[in-house]
Design a protein around this ligand. Structure first.
Ligand SMILES: Cc1cc2nc3c(=O)[nH]c(=O)nc-3n(C[C@H](O)[C@H](O)[C@H](O)COP(=O)(O)OP(=O)(O)OC[C@H]3O[C@@H](n4cnc5c(N)ncnc54)[C@H](O)[C@@H]3O)c2cc1C
Length: 381
């Protein structure tokens, strides 16, 4: 019996496993290894921040993947041996004929002085309850959302965070005695969306009275103050968006080369090691305009499909499937019942080609459906 081992049961890992299950014969074993018992989407963190549902409501046990004929092993991966497609864990080695690395990227507030101590990190689910309590206790003043370094997962999420906090403050009658500011170290608000997309987001922020500051490189964060290279911002509540890095085990695998992320072939997601692929936030793909391919769940999911098709073709001795074309769409929530969407061809020559759709309630419903459908289909009761 042949076996594919998938390290990480997030968007990329689960999508690869399900597609491979669909394509490969029943005698091909598929094992997902993740240290956490349950799957949850990142979007839940922002909803939980403003008390719009709970994170628990979005959690599903990975053991339910057994319904699809996928084995889930709840274990912490301590080492990766690409040469033997093997994962080292405290309870022994798990190896296979093919290995997919889908270990994501974790927020690293420690990379910016004072960020961990003085800012709330809603990119980390463990920190969401404290951030939510601080927001609940907020009684007017200044809230700063500070994009402190990159790359970070889900490029639109800090803007969604601003829109949701704005909506929350309005619902509490606090908006007219609150300043809401978003700062970013980047030269424009959302480089992945280009000048036009950044201007569109900037317009929506400004309509709601949310001020922005670009090119704001953070020197350090202090109690109630963000110190930039060129000035300070005093704030009563600071939400920090930290730079992200893959888990240490990824760096120690030797697959990352000089950088922290795993460089992969953008068409096949193959790594430098034969029989080893990597998908999602732990990877590095550089676009034709020099920008990194965005790190998002929708992207990791698409990449998982590509890798599954690659492995299935090998198993069936068929010709290779078409390469990944880098097309993806992305929602931008502008409140709990309105959202915008953009569709992008990220691998287009000379840089991404992007189309924007208007802000509508239907798009917001689509975003909610995005979560609901996956939770139901991926983790059946
Ligand atoms: C606030 C917020 C909002 C977001 N909103 C959206 C959105 O609306 N749409 C969207 O597309 N994306 C969104 N994202 C981004 C999305 O969550 C990530 O891009 C996506 O989860 C990446 O998928 P992945 O499979 O690469 O990694 P992950 O989903 O992070 O999965 C990696 C898995 O590896 C496991 N793991 C890591 N190290 C080990 C180890 N040593 N041993 C065992 N297991 C390990 C982890 O437990 C995890 O389950 C959001 C993110 C945040 C933080």
């Amino acid at each position: 019996m042949s076996r594919t081992v998938i390290a990480g049961g997030g968007f990329g890992g689960v999508s690869a496993a399900l597609e491979l299950r669909r394509l490969a014969g029943p005698d091909h074993e598929i094992v997902i290894v993740d240290r956490d018992e349950a799957f949850m989407m990142g979007l839940r963190k922002l909803w939980a921040l403003i008390g719009y549902g709970t994170m628990e409501e979005g959690r599903r046990p990975r053991a339910r993947l057994a319904e699809h004929g996928i084995t889930f092993e709840q274990r912490a991966i301590g080492s990766i041996d690409p040469a033997s497609c093997a994962l080292g864990t405290e309870d022994g080695t798990i190896d296979g004929d093919h290995l997919v690395i889908a270990l994501g990227a974790v927020p690293r507030p420690d990379l910016v002085t004072g960020l961990a101590e003085h800012a709330h990190d809603v990119w980390d689910s463990a920190s969401v309850p404290a951030a939510s309590a601080a927001l609940e206790a907020f009684d007017g003043g200044t809230i700063a959302i500070v994009i402190a370094g990159g790359p970070y997962t889900c490029p639109p999420a800090p803007f969604e965070c601003a829109f949701l906090i704005d909506e929350y403050l309005r619902s509490k009658g606090l908006r007219d005695r609150s300043d809401l500011t978003l700062t970013t170290f980047q030269p424009i608000l959302m480089p992945n969306a280009g000048q036009e997309g950044s201007a569109m987001i900037g317009g929506m922020l400004s309509e709601r009275g949310i001020s922005t500051r670009t090119g704001a490189a953070v020197k350090r964060v202090e109690d109630g103050r963000v110190v930039f290279e060129d000035g300070d911002l005093a704030a009563d509540l600071i939400v920090g968006v930290p730079p992200h890095r893959p888990p240490v085990v990824v760096k120690e695998s030797g697959l990352t080369g000089d950088g922290p992320f795993i460089p992969v072939d953008r068409g096949t997601l193959a790594t430098s090691a034969p029989g080893v692929w990597a998908v999602g936030d732990c990877t590095q793909i550089t676009l034709d305009n020099g920008m990194p391919f965005p790190k998002a769940g929708v992207v990791a999911e698409l990449e998982g499909l590509v890798v599954a098709r690659e492995i299935a073709a090998i198993l069936k001795d068929e010709s290779a499937p078409p390469p990944f074309d880098g097309s993806a769409h992305c929602f931008i929530e502008t409140g709990t019942d309105e959202a915008a969407m953009f569709e992008a061809e990220f691998f287009a020559a000379d840089g991404p080609k992007i189309n924007f759709a208007d802000v509508t309630t239907e798009t917001s419903e689509e975003k909610h459906r995005f979560e609901r459908d996956r939770l139901r289909e991926w983790f059946p009761d």
